[in-house]
Ligand binder design. Sequence first.
Ligand code: HEM
Length: 136
Amino acid sequence: MLNREVLQDSLSLVIDDEHKLMLAFYDRLFDEHPEVRPLFGADLRPQATMLQQAIAAVLDHLDDAEWLGRTLGALGRRHADLGVTPEMYGWVAGALVTTMAERGGGDWTDEMTAAWTEALGAVAGLMLDAYPAVAD
Ligand code: HEM
């Protein structure tokens, strides 16, 4: 299933204590999809910290389906309340993986891109499973 070693090694390659990766990610996301900027508060630093911690926590629990379902379900319900739509998950994953690849430079591999695309797709799936059913 998910390739823990590739995910962890590639994250260590691009992560930093000053949240440069995360702030570069938000820059790219807002550049590509300006319509999501108003969903966020003015100061992105606390947000960058939370996202970085959430990703680290998911990597620590890749084998714990119960934790993943519970935690990402609750996170998904909060995102539904925030007005985050299903298509935005693809925007976030695309901007994040591209930013990681950019920061990884020549050390970043296609295998890393594939591992992160798969992992973020799985996270999005668990978050979206908790969205309220759309009535039509
Ligand atoms: C990989 C999927 C995602 C993860 C792991 C994630 C993680 C998080 C976390 C941990 C928080 C803080 C939650 C809290 O208040 O306790 C948060 C808040 C938020 N997320 Fe996400 N998120 C994801 C996808 C998205 C997407 C697709 C959007 C849409 C653009 C989004 C927009 C937001 C917004 C607007 C907030 C609140 C910001 C604020 O309070 O200013 N997230 N997210």
